[in-house]
Design a protein around this ligand. Structure first.
Ligand SMILES: *Cc1c(COP(=O)(O)O)cnc(C)c1O
Length: 371
């Protein structure tokens, strides 16, 4: 079915005009043959670092690798534990798992991020890092988390994949810890035409290590300094990224305006609860989520009405088949469980119209009126 309010805005984002402009850039690029770690990657890294206000940005193969490589650079591996949050996209856990470490979950709070008050109880002698997730584009309470990490001598690597340009009192997502990882996946706020990722850091040693790790550990053509990976940001995707990166602030601002509009409309409906919106925190609404009574029925009603609403996520990670070996059991993370039952995601992207938003708000109102 074609949705009146669709979830994917890729056809609008990359319309005919955009495609022609990008293809023209690619037409100029291809004859250079500069296909691995070439000029477009260096340019994208420079512009990304500038956008984030950091010293270094390192382009890598995916958002997952943008989390994995900093952990690897910290020397984390088999037998080590990395504390992260119970409700996140599987890639966070995948990155920890890929280097042989064990993900240890703590529950979320209603910001959809890690409940920082529960972190200390999860620390063991095997804990080697903390990976907060700026989930949905909200910020973890980093002002509280950083002193806890420092007290225990634990590095923080931020999963900022959903949080580009989010901040707390102006300090940006991805810049709080030793490193922060971003994804350029087509569904992320700053997106390219395939997989891609970026790590940001202000630490010179981390920067050097990451540049080795993403390129087989090669110091130069002939010398291998460490064992690494093949995880370079693709030059073709860097061309796409360079075309788009100038729009990143506008994309965030548009999403924020859309979220505020929803908050006002949906906030008037008694069966809908808007999450806390602390004023000192900038949220970029990679996902726009509210709490809803009778969520499953509302979701179906919206789908039937042509609104492509979603749930992020209906089955908590710790209860997934593929993570059974971690030994968690139903009920271990009650807030994450409650979220799985109560939350609903509505499209809030930069290409959504006010008419579409009004239609969503009216549809939700109509649903509860019929109950
Ligand atoms: C998208 C995402 C990632 C990384 O995903 P890739 O598909 O590898 O780019 C990691 N963590 C979170 C929370 C994400 O949303």
């Amino acid at each position: 079915m074609t949705f009146k309010v669709r979830y994917s805005y890729l056809p609008q984002q990359f319309d005919d005009q955009a495609i022609s402009e990008i293809l023209e850039e690619l037409r100029l690029f291809v004859p250079t043959g500069d296909f691995t770690l070439g000029k477009p990657v260096a340019e994208f890294e420079r512009r990304f670092a500038e956008l984030m206000g950091v010293k270094h940005a390192i382009g890598v193969g995916s958002g997952t690798d943008a989390l994995k490589l900093p952990l690897k650079a910290l020397g984390i591996g088999h037998g080590d534990e990395v504390i992260t949050t119970a409700n996140t996209f599987i890639a966070t856990v995948g990155a920890i798992n890929e280097i042989g470490a064990r993900p240890v979950f703590v529950d979320c709070d209603d910001s959809f991020c890690m409940d920082v008050d529960q972190v200390e109880a999860a620390i063991t002698p095997r804990t080697k890092a903390i990976m907060p997730v700026q989930f949905t584009g909200y910020m973890t309470d980093m002002r509280k988390l950083m002193p806890i990490a420092e007290k225990h001598g634990l590095p923080v690597v931020e999963d900022a994949c959903q949080g580009i340009l989010a901040d707390i009192e102006g300090k940006r997502s991805g810049t709080w810890g030793i490193a922060g990882g971003f994804s350029l996946h087509p569904l992320k706020n700053l997106n390219v035409w395939a997989d891609g990722g970026v790590v940001v850091t202000n630490d010179d040693a981390m920067n050097e290590k990451l540049r080795l790790l993403r390129n087989h550990g090669l110091k130069n053509r002939d010398e291998v300094a460490i064992l690494g990976y093949n995880s370079r940001l693709d030059s073709v995707q860097a061309v796409v990224g360079n075309w788009l990166i100038g729009q990143t602030h506008d994309i965030a601002d548009k999403r924020i305006a859309n979220a505020e509009y929803y908050d006002r409309g949906l906030g008037e409906i008694p069966q809908i609860r808007i999450p806390p919106r602390p004023a000192d925190c900038k949220r970029v609404y990679h996902l726009y989520i509210v709490f809803a009574e009778d969520r499953d029925a509302l979701l179906q009603y919206c789908l039937d009405a042509g609104i492509e609403a979603k749930v992020h996520y209906p089955i908590p990670l710790y209860q997934q088949e593929g993570l059974k070996h971690l030994g968690y059991k139903a009920g271990d993370f009650p807030v994450t469980d409650r979220h799985a039952r109560e939350i609903i995601t509505f499209p809030a992207d930069q290409h959504l119209t006010r008419e579409q938003q009004d239609y969503v708000i009216d549809t939700v109102r109509r649903f509860y009126a019929t109950r």
